[in-house]
Design a protein around this ligand. Structure first.
Ligand SMILES: *Cc1c(COP(=O)(O)O)cnc(C)c1O
Length: 403
């Protein structure tokens, strides 16, 4: 008997919701000898990096960079404007909203958590009622996640701002765009967002290790009123740096800056609107396939209303343990890695094996998405997982008419 072919050799594809696929150009830009951190190219690069980051966030205000992951930006954003004892309202539509709220509690804030569950977007009426009841304006900040990467719910930040304006509430609007920035449409200034956090390893296509806190003058004024902010996390010197080391609170993440420079060049060469449109079209292809697979009732998308689905990530369900079986099959047999479910069921619970996620953020194109979906189709056939027909036809039609 001959050995069956091993179809996993070749270029592998990591389709998890972060870290995302790194462009070769980004990796090559990082492959260099240590640069001088006191003078020359790296130092001169900073003003351009700052300007081009702000163009991605659609803000003319400020950005502070941190040599850390998204959690670092979460903490940085909080400690600059939220003092121990301050009240914050946390709006959670998944694990990441809960996590940011836990971090607020850990720095001594009094966090009131509205948990909207794992399948529903923010309930604006409930938020409006709470703000109307806060006559003394005790709530200092509202924490919301634009795209919660666990559920793939995308919240309507414009509507949230409107609810705050209608209530005439002065709280800071703080938004986590770690998953969505550079994928889903986001307009920091036009939408009235006061503080926004992002990481470099998702839509920005750079290996994990840098994160960003964008803030406007209203947030900066709140920072100025703080009794104290610890030296490292203080956004003031980072955003208003006079010396190079101040941008980074010490030695710069040298190679990340080169990677980021290249990634921003790629993003702006394509154009923000085009980047958003590409993600929207690729996400629509993913949804078309998932809708077809769902016809047999075994497979399901976590978010039913397309208006609340992210263009960066898609959370999916299969009967347990089929999600884990599918992930294992595509990884071992065809070199494709899908994301684990996150926050949908406790680890150790058999239900955990019924959830998984697809990342389609950053450096992804039409053939990659067709390969991702085709690989999933092959896996479900190989494993005998019940699934509706016509998924690849549906996705191909979206790509064909979108291109
Ligand atoms: C990835 C992610 C985080 C956490 O970022 P880390 O880099 O893992 O610390 C937080 N919020 C959202 C929405 C994310 O997608």
């Amino acid at each position: 008997m001959s050995t069956p072919p091993n179809l996993s050799h070749g270029r592998s594809y990591l389709a998890i919701p972060g870290p995302s696929v790194m462009p070769e150009a980004v990796l090559q830009a990082m492959h260099r000898a240590a640069p001088n951190i006191y003078a020359g190219e790296l130092v001169q690069m900073m003003p351009g990096l700052v300007a081009d980051l702000k163009r991605v966030a659609r803000t003319t205000h400020h950005v502070a960079m941190y040599t850390g992951n998204g959690h670092a930006a979460w903490e940085a954003s909080l400690v600059n404007v939220v003092a121990p004892g301050d009240k914050v309202l946390v709006l959670a539509t998944g694990r990441f909203g809960i996590g940011w709220g836990e971090m607020a509690i850990s720095i001594g804030a009094e966090a009131e958590v509205f948990d909207f569950g794992l399948q529903a977007p923010l309930d604006m009426d409930r938020i409006a009622q709470r703000l109307a009841a806060d006559k003394g304006h005790e709530i200092k900040a509202i924490l919301a996640v634009h795209v919660d990467t666990s559920t793939s719910l995308r919240n309507d930040i414009v509507a949230l701002r409107q609810v705050m304006d209608d209530a005439d509430h002065p709280a800071l609007l703080m938004v986590d765009c770690i998953a969505s920035l550079g994928c889903d449409v986001f307009e920091m200034d036009a939408w009235g967002v006061d503080v926004m956090v992002a990481g470099c390893q998702k839509g920005l296509m750079v290996p994990p290790g840098m994160s960003f806190v964008f803030f406007n003058d209203k947030a900066d004024a709140a920072r100025a009123k703080m009794k104290r902010v610890s030296w490292y996390w203080d956004w003031t010197p980072r955003a208003h740096a006079e010396e190079f080391f101040q941008y980074h609170g010490g030695t710069a993440p040298t190679h990340h800056l080169y990677g980021l420079r290249t990634a921003l060049d790629m993003i702006h060469a394509e154009g923000m609107e085009q980047v958003w449109l590409r993600h929207q079209t690729l996400a629509s292809a993913v949804w078309a396939a998932c809708e077809a697979w769902s016809a047999e009732g075994h497979f399901a998308m976590n978010v039913t209303d397309p208006a609340y689905r992210s263009h960066a990530v898609t959370s999916l369900r299969l009967q347990s343990p089929d999600a884990t079986a599918l992930r294992d099959w595509v990884e071992s047999q065809i070199g494709l890695t899908l994301g684990i479910g996150l926050g949908m069921a406790p680890p150790g619970d058999p239900a955990w094996h019924g959830f998984f996620r697809l990342g389609h953020m950053g450096h992804v194109n039409g053939q990659m998405i067709m390969g991702l979906l085709g690989g999933m189709e092959a896996g479900m056939r190989a494993l005998g997982i019940v699934h509706g027909k016509g998924a690849l036809d549906g996705a191909a039609q979206v790509i064909a008419s979108g291109a």
